[in-house]
Design a protein around this ligand. Structure first.
Ligand SMILES: Cc1cc2nc3c(=O)[nH]c(=O)nc-3n(C[C@H](O)[C@H](O)[C@H](O)COP(=O)(O)OP(=O)(O)OC[C@H]3O[C@@H](n4cnc5c(N)ncnc54)[C@H](O)[C@@H]3O)c2cc1C
Length: 482
């Protein structure tokens, strides 16, 4: 292809159409040549598989590239940069914000086959892994050496570590251990220009230059493709114990959460389900008493057995002091597994039960959880919604599962979502704690970020990706980003 065949850089008046090159037979031949024919698929079934993530955002790719090594990613992005076609990185497609959906067509780059655990180093307490490794595998490999990789998104059996890094995934253990970003020391990243950079360190510390590792983590595949990760590991906690507390309502439960955290106790997880969720999954819980509770807390402590036995007892007492109707201590391992399985099942049951389903994952400061929860019934009545709440109470991350009936007015639902998000922000919270912006939350971005932060962030995107070929239309609409 001659340079003159390239689409011109868009001027502001060109904003009505994306500036991308279709994947002509010539470009397909160049891809097969550079990456090997087996890496390139235009099979309709494969294209269909990579059309969306776990959200409803869809966009059919023209080609799926399955990379098996870093060099293939470098070659692909070099071609994309030269020919200007869009590339959407994809881990396992469990994202909930439309981040892996190829909304502008082009190439989906699947990293799922780059799935080797390269090293687990028990002396330096690190692991080096490829991005396609399933998160649960990373945890298992660390455990085999007596080590612990704490991040535990509920999807850990089906999502990839590269996807976790790109979304800065969190999970129940965040209350004690932090999020994915806290366990990434360094990365290999292929930039949208086809250049490879190594960010970060192999050590526990490192302050040389700007922290590109922390910038790439959470950038939702818009700044670079992660091809290798250096993970920080810690010693595996020797034991874990659990309690379940049943409350008459959510307000009491949330006050108990703040009570636990301000009593100098450090739980390893504090998960909650509200009354509506209990109505949906109460029958699956291994405690009959839970079925008619107003709210349910699952609290865990990990560490040395004697220490956590004392701690969990104190946590139970705090629950009783805050009005728990019942506290069930340390269920056996089978019951504990069942509890977690049910907790993971909730969102699926909610989605199947409603005609309209909008999952939001807001976070409010701990002191605001109870107040925020109290305002939900009023919002439900005002906008004719039914809202199911569950999530990570220990870090204020409330999964607001907003549902409405088939006959609802979409504008009214949207107004309700905006009102809820505005309430979260008014209380000092954020509109997404885990799932990211992707496409799903793009229109709400200006509610949280001021115009100057958005301008600066778009400037970063431009610096990394001058032709907007990498995951275009995510976080910011492409037309505004140009
Ligand atoms: C049932 C269920 C439960 C969930 N629970 C949680 C939870 O508890 N906590 C949580 O945080 N999330 C949760 N999620 C959301 C999802 O699992 C996470 O966002 C996860 O990190 C996505 O990983 P993935 O491999 O599926 O990535 P994908 O969905 O494939 O991609 C997600 C984003 O990352 C980008 N990306 C993927 N791989 C790379 C790479 N190698 N380089 C650059 N960019 C890349 C994509 O472009 C996209 O923007 C849940 C989802 C489901 C369906």
């Amino acid at each position: 292809m001659q340079k003159t065949d390239l689409p011109k850089k868009l001027s502001m008046s060109d904003k009505t159409r994306p500036p991308y090159q279709a994947l002509t037979p010539e470009i397909l031949a160049a891809l097969r040549d550079a990456l090997g024919p087996e890496a390139v698929s235009t099979h309709p079934e494969k294209l269909g598989e990579c059309a969306q993530d776990a959200s409803h955002t869809r966009g059919v790719p023209e080609v799926v590239i399955t990379a098996r090594c870093e060099e293939q990613v470098v070659r692909l992005l070099d071609l994309a940069h030269r020919y200007r076609f869009p590339v959407t990185p994809r881990g396992m497609g469990t994202g909930l914000a439309g981040g892996a959906s190829p909304i502008h067509g082009g190439v989906v780059l699947s990293l799922a086959a780059m799935n080797r655990i390269l090293t687990v180093d028990p002396v330096n307490l690190i692991a080096v892994v490829e991005p396609g490794v399933v998160t649960a595998e990373v945890k298992r490999a660390a455990k085999a050496h007596g080590l612990y990789y704490p991040p535990d998104p509920a999807s850990l059996d089906t999502c990839s570590i590269g996807g976790n890094a790109a979304t800065n995934a969190g999970g129940p253990s965040c209350v004690k251990y932090g999020v994915t970003r806290d366990y990434i020391l360094g990365l290999d990243v292929v930039l949208p220009t086809g250049r490879l950079i190594r960010t970060g360190v192999l050590t526990r510390k490192g302050v040389v230059g700007y922290d590109l590792t922390r910038l790439i983590v959470g950038s939702e595949g818009t700044l670079g493709v992660i091809t290798k990760l250096i993970l920080k590991l810690i010693p595996h906690p020797p034991a874990v114990t659990t309690l379940v507390a049943l409350f008459p309502d959510m307000t009491h439960a949330m006050k108990a959460v703040t009570g636990i955290l301000t009593a100098g106790l450090v739980p390893a997880a504090v998960e909650f389900l509200d009354r509506r969720c209990l109505e949906l999954v109460g029958d699956l819980l291994p405690f009959e008493e839970a079925q008619d509770a107003g709210s349910f807390l699952l609290v865990e402590a990990d560490g040395h057995p004697e220490v956590i036995a004392r701690e969990i007892e104190r946590m139970g007492l705090v629950c009783v002091d805050h009005g728990a109707r019942e506290v069930l201590m340390a269920p056996d391992a089978a019951k504990r597994d069942r509890l977690w399985a049910v907790r993971k099942e909730v969102s699926l049951r909610i989605e199947h039960s409603a005609a309209v389903y909008i999952p939001e994952d807001v976070v409010v400061p701990l002191g605001e959880i109870a107040g925020f929860i109290q305002c939900i019934p009023e919002m439900e009545a005002r906008f004719d919604l039914k809202i199911y709440c569950f999530g990570h109470a220990g870090d204020g991350n409330i999964h607001l599962n907003i549902t409405a009936c088939e006959e609802c007015r979409p504008e009214q639902v949207e107004e309700g979502v905006r009102a809820l998000l505005a309430e979260v922000l008014r209380r000092g919270g954020t509109i997404s704690g885990e799932h990211g912006v992707g496409v799903a939350k793009q229109r709400y971005l200006p509610m949280e970020l001021d115009p100057e932060s958005i301008r600066l962030q778009m400037g970063l995107k431009r610096l990394f990706d001058p032709h907007f070929i990498l995951n275009p239309g995510k976080i910011f609409p492409w037309s505004e980003a140009l």
